[in-house]
Ligand binder design. Structure first.
Ligand SMILES: Cc1cc2nc3c(=O)[nH]c(=O)nc-3n(C[C@H](O)[C@H](O)[C@H](O)COP(=O)(O)OP(=O)(O)OC[C@H]3O[C@@H](n4cnc5c(N)ncnc54)[C@H](O)[C@@H]3O)c2cc1C
Length: 322
């Protein structure tokens, strides 16, 4: 008789990477997601490696470093769904050392004055992976299926019911965990973006302190993601035209060539914000099933995904040995 499957709740980047690592460890896995991948928060992400809005503890650094390595290994060939991206962070004063720099194998260096856009006096430069989400999420789904996993469209109404079905449940429901796990510390961090045609940019640009709000430009092969906002507590999924105009203005300060770029789409995503990622296991319900929580990755789900997925496998192994 074959072993009972693991139920992974969530088909965003966190659920899919967790499922892949569990399948690679020899588990049978069913992923249940109540949304298609294109409708998840993960699909809105710019996919750039950067630990934004996720706290800064030792675990975040270790997960980020693991994920950096895993994503970089996927960045091979012109069709790869991950690319290595030259990145420039912009400042008006010396930013000093950054806590996240330790996770970047090639290090972070001061930017040469010649690459700074007008008005900026300082910059930090590094190369980091960027997952191209419209290609990356389908590729992750393909890997789940190739490894023998199943992906089903299904709403999970309660963790009690899920834990009564199978001995191991992995809760990767993102913001859905606010209701599913009754977690009041999990809040939406609303992010609005503008997608424009790429006028020929190849470098990611960021100014976290622009007077109009955060500004970032993430070029992809055919388009650019321009952002953005980070409004904690807002559940509003409707793009706001005034915010969109402000995003276009601030990103134009970073790359003036964007002023001529055609606007392709306005989108909003709700980041699953939490003071710290919840990645831990517990015995749940009358059946004593092992329940592993892996949610609350804020603005860094892609950035931490593979490191967290490997930790899910460690917790699953410890759970079966108890
Ligand atoms: C504008 C924007 C830009 C971003 N840019 C970046 C970036 O550059 N780099 C980065 O690392 N991160 C970025 N992020 C953050 C990143 O998108 C999130 O951290 C990440 O998507 C969280 O992934 P997740 O799988 O936990 O959640 P989601 O992608 O939201 O997936 C949750 C899944 O759970 C399922 N689900 C929920 N409840 C249930 C239920 N009861 N039953 C069944 N299924 C359920 C949903 O259907 C979905 O499949 C960005 C976010 C936004 C909004």
């Amino acid at each position: 008789m074959s072993a009972p499957p693991v139920l992974v709740i969530g088909g965003g980047v966190i659920g899919l990477t967790s499922a892949i690592r569990l399948l690679e460890a020899g588990r049978r896995v069913v992923v249940a997601s109540d949304l298609p991948h294109a409708a998840t928060t993960s699909a809105v992400a710019a996919g750039a490696w950067f630990p934004h809005a996720v706290g800064s503890d030792e675990r975040v650094l270790a997960w980020g470093a693991d994920t950096f390595t895993a994503l970089a290994a996927e960045a091979a060939g012109p069709e790869a769904p991950v690319v290595m991206r030259d990145t420039l962070m912009l400042y008006h004063a010396d930013p000093g050392p950054q806590w996240w720099a330790a996770a970047i194998p090639g290090g972070v260096r001061s930017a040469e004055p010649s690459v700074l856009p007008g008005g900026y006096s300082h910059g930090l430069r590094f190369t980091a992976p960027q997952a191209l989400m419209p290609q990356y999420l389908p590729r992750l789904e393909e890997r789940v299926r190739d490894l023998g996993g199943e992906i089903v469209r299904r709403h999970i109404a309660s963790l009690d019911a899920a834990c009564a079905e199978v001995p191991l449940v992995v809760n990767c429901s993102g913001l859905g965990a606010a209701r599913l796990a009754g977690d009041a510390s999990l809040v939406p961090i609303r992010g609005q973006i503008v997608r424009v045609a790429n006028p020929g940019l190849t470098r990611s640009l960021r100014d976290e302190h622009h007077p109009l709000g955060r500004a970032y430009v993430h070029p992809r092969r055919d388009d650019c993601i321009l952002g953005g906002t980070a409004e904690a507590g807002s559940w509003d999924l409707e793009p706001d035209p005034e915010i969109a105009a402000s995003i276009l203005r601030r990103c134009g300060d970073l790359a003036p060539e964007l002023e001529r770029a055609a606007v392709l789409e306005h989108r909003v995503g709700l980041r699953p914000g939490r003071p710290l990622v919840r990645l831990e296991s517990e015995r749940h319900g009358a059946s004593g099933a092992t329940l592993i929580h892996n949610y609350g990755h804020g603005g860094a789900g892609v950035t931490l995904s593979w490191g967290c997925a490997s930790e899910v496998v460690r917790l699953a192994t410890a759970g079966s040995e108890r």
